[in-house]
Write a protein that binds this ligand. Structure first.
Ligand SMILES: NC(=O)c1ccc[n+]([C@@H]2O[C@H](COP(=O)([O-])OP(=O)(O)OC[C@H]3O[C@@H](n4cnc5c(N)ncnc54)[C@H](OP(=O)(O)O)[C@@H]3O)[C@@H](O)[C@H]2O)c1
Length: 356
């Protein structure tokens, strides 16, 4: 194991003792971590089965690799070799993992709720998780899941969830990856309000629509936006009544979307939820919101400057919220969102539940 930099505590609850460079950084912002697969006194060592690669990161790697699964696997191996973690240097995003607890450090034995052998999902980003990969067993192009053999370290501050027994592991992995979205949408949505979800037919978008629909009630409206209104996700949203309207639009084309707003969303949205996996959709999100409305940017492609200057440029007084991946109780709420809607659970099982 590599010695921590001078001046760094041997066992920091936030994991600074694993930072190799630059000195003084915490693991998320560090360039490189020590990924030695052995638990220190305040760490949990896990054997890793699968990674759920963040959608923005996976899309970037897929485009760079011209859709070649093997090349994506090589990119991941190279990133982890170089950085000691799956932290995409271009998008800055990561994902999360599922695996089995292999060792619990002495300091955590009493306080910790897990025991060696338990299967868990990490609820912290791979961008701060020391990871060592032995090999990649498969890359699922449809769901951005990557099956691996490897080991990861969780720090004392890390959140994780025991895998539920009533749904397939890969479904739980997919849902827990985006658990922050439905939980925040539930918190931000008021009865009778209008909610717009951009990227509505993706993983987080579907869960966000489900929560928004429940919260707005019969007086409110939920409107989904995505590039293909005939996709399976969009069709499911309409069939289940989780949206009141679905607008087929490319949210990078703000001018075109602006053109349809007077007819489709004349009241404009109290809350806009951005769940896309491409850059350049900040302005469209802001334009969908009413004056003094709220825009919740869950997307990892969000640019602070584009959002801040975009809102200023169009004179919109909106509250903009960064999509914190963690919300208290978010894991259970996300899983319950599926449990309470059997057809949605069936859809997730069909799309995400298969093994590679
Ligand atoms: N804040 C956090 O903690 C956190 C955690 C996890 C993930 N994320 C981020 O959340 C976002 C969504 O993740 P996800 O797993 O739900 O992704 P996903 O399942 O891949 O869904 C992405 C959605 O965006 C839509 N989309 C793509 N291009 C679009 C465009 N030009 N205009 C409108 N919609 C567009 C997609 O439609 P098509 O399928 O038709 O392309 C799809 O509906 C990603 O950026 C991801 O990185 C954030």
């Amino acid at each position: 194991m590599i010695a921590p930099a001078p001046g760094v505590a041997k066992s920091c609850r936030y994991g600074s003792h694993r930072v190799l460079e630059p000195a003084g950084a915490l693991p998320q912002s560090a360039w490189r971590l020590d990924n030695t697969p052995a638990a220190k006194e305040n760490e949990i060592l896990c054997s890793v089965e699968s990674l759920s690669i963040d959608s923005a990161s996976f899309r970037q790697m897929r485009e760079a690799a011209n859709g070649d699964a093997r090349a994506i696997g090589e990119t991941i191996l190279e990133t982890v070799r170089t950085r000691g973690k799956q932290h995409n240097p271009i998008t800055g995003s990561g994902g999360m993992f599922v695996g089995r607890v292999a060792d619990v450090g002495a300091q955590l034995l009493d306080a910790c709720e897990v025991r060696v052998g338990d299967r868990i999902a990490s609820l912290v980003s791979l961008t701060l998780t020391p990871l060592a990969l032995e090999r990649i067993r498969g890359v699922d192009m449809a769901t951005s899941r990557v099956d691996v053999d490897g080991h990861a370290i969780l720090f004392a501050c890390a959140h994780f969830a025991r895998l539920p027994e009533d749904m397939p592991t890969n479904v739980a992995l997919a849902v827990l990856d985006v658990a922050g979205a439905p939980a925040q949408v539930r918190r931000l949505t008021a009865a009778g309000s209008t909610v717009v979800v951009i990227g509505a037919d993706g993983k987080s978008g579907l869960l966000a629509c489900a929560q928004a629909r429940e919260r707005v009630g019969s007086e409110g409206r939920v409107i989904g936006i995505a590039p293909d209104a005939s996709s399976r996700g969009a069709t499911l949203l309409r069939t289940l009544g989780l949206v009141d309207d679905f607008i087929e639009a490319d949210a990078r084309d703000a001018a075109s979307l602006l053109g349809v707003l007077p007819e489709r969303i004349p009241e404009l949205a109290d809350l806009v939820v951005n769940c896309v996996n491409v850059p350049g959709t900040e302005l469209a999100s802001i334009l969908c919101a009413r004056d003094e409305g709220t825009v919740y940017f869950f997307s990892m492609c969000t640019s602070f400057t584009a959002a801040a200057l975009g809102a200023e440029g169009v004179g919109k007084d909106v509250t903009m919220i960064v999509g914190n991946g963690f919300t208290k109780g978010h894991a259970e709420l996300a899983l319950d969102t599926l449990r309470a809607r059997r057809p949605l659970l069936d859809y997730f099982t069909e799309i995400y539940g298969a093994t590679a």
